[in-house]
Design a binder for this molecule. Structure first.
Ligand SMILES: NC(=O)c1ccc[n+]([C@@H]2O[C@H](COP(=O)([O-])OP(=O)(O)OC[C@H]3O[C@@H](n4cnc5c(N)ncnc54)[C@H](OP(=O)(O)O)[C@@H]3O)[C@@H](O)[C@H]2O)c1
Length: 244
């Protein structure tokens, strides 16, 4: 497949690298100094392109930027291309980083809001794994304990190529079930466990738990290790399949 990735940070960069290694044709664009981007693209083993070209001649575009950056993108990037192009978004809304976005604060489902910002439907994917899980947690298809990723939408092939199982989490309006503050969010579950966790989420509690989790993690005197974050996320939900 031909894939364009916008954002070459922890998530976008890792996805780009994994997909090019799996045999896809990958090009990237990101904000930032051109010479730094060239270096980053070379590290990832992908082609660097321009913002005008990133959504041209591709099958899939993966949007992997902070939520606050999404309304700054030119809508034409997404509305002037074939409807067949799949748009995947990895974003999670964190008010401490993305500022107060009124509609999201008022409970609008994040992927619905993103779709409105860019003017077309998206697939929400890659959002419920920590960057470290994405970098080092992938396993061969069928491997024991393979971590599963929630997707709202219906393109699962790139998830498998990245080393993870996919669990269909339903429509975009149901995609809050893998937003921050839910048991499905960054808790490294397999397929059966993730299906259970997706059912167990409580929409009204998610924003509170998201902010509580960030506050508690930031209060720590030293940065938490990856496994500490996963364990902490799991501990927020007594019914989490990995705790029970
Ligand atoms: N980190 C995680 O564990 C994790 C897990 C799942 C989902 N996510 C979500 O996925 C998204 C990306 O996360 P990340 O951790 O990869 O963030 P990150 O490391 O901060 O990378 C963000 C990337 O987006 C680029 N960018 C920012 N504004 C842009 C714009 N207007 N146009 C084009 N590119 C722009 C940045 O470029 P510069 O570096 O030049 O600013 C950077 O390459 C976020 O919404 C995040 O919440 C993160």
């Amino acid at each position: 497949m031909k894939i364009g990735v916008i954002g070459t940070g922890a998530i976008g960069g890792t996805i780009a690298k994994k997909l090019v290694q799996a045999g896809h044709e990958v090009k990237v664009f990101s904000a930032g100094e051109p010479h730094l981007l060239e270096k980053r693209a070379a590290e990832l083993g992908v082609n660097l392109t321009t913002i005008d070209d990133i959504t041209k001649n591709i099958d899939v575009v993966i949007l992997s930027v902070p939520t606050i950056a999404i309304p700054q993108l030119d809508k034409k990037l997404f509305t002037d291309i074939s409807e067949k192009v799949i748009v995947v978004d990895t974003s999670n809304y964190y008010p401490f980083r993305d500022s107060e976005i009124e509609e999201l604060k008022n409970g609008k489902v994040e992927s619905v809001w993103v779709s409105e910002q860019i003017g077309r439907p998206i697939i929400k994917a890659f959002n419920n794994l920590l960057a470290e899980s994405l970098v080092n947690g992938g396993k061969e298809m069928g491997a024991d304990g393979r971590i599963a990723m929630a997707i709202s939408g219906d393109d699962e092939s790139s998830i498998n190529d990245a080393g993870f199982d996919a669990v269909d989490a339903g429509t975009l309006s149901e995609s809050w079930r893998h937003q921050p503050g839910t048991p499905a969010y960054c808790t490294e579950l397999n397929v059966a466990e993730l299906k259970q966790a997706l059912k167990a989420g409580v929409k009204e509690e998610a924003a509170y738990l998201r902010d509580l989790a960030i506050t508690k993690l930031m209060e720590r005197t030293s940065p938490p290790a990856h496994q500490d974050i996963v364990d902490f996320n799991r501990s927020l939900f007594p019914k989490n399949p990995k705790i029970a």
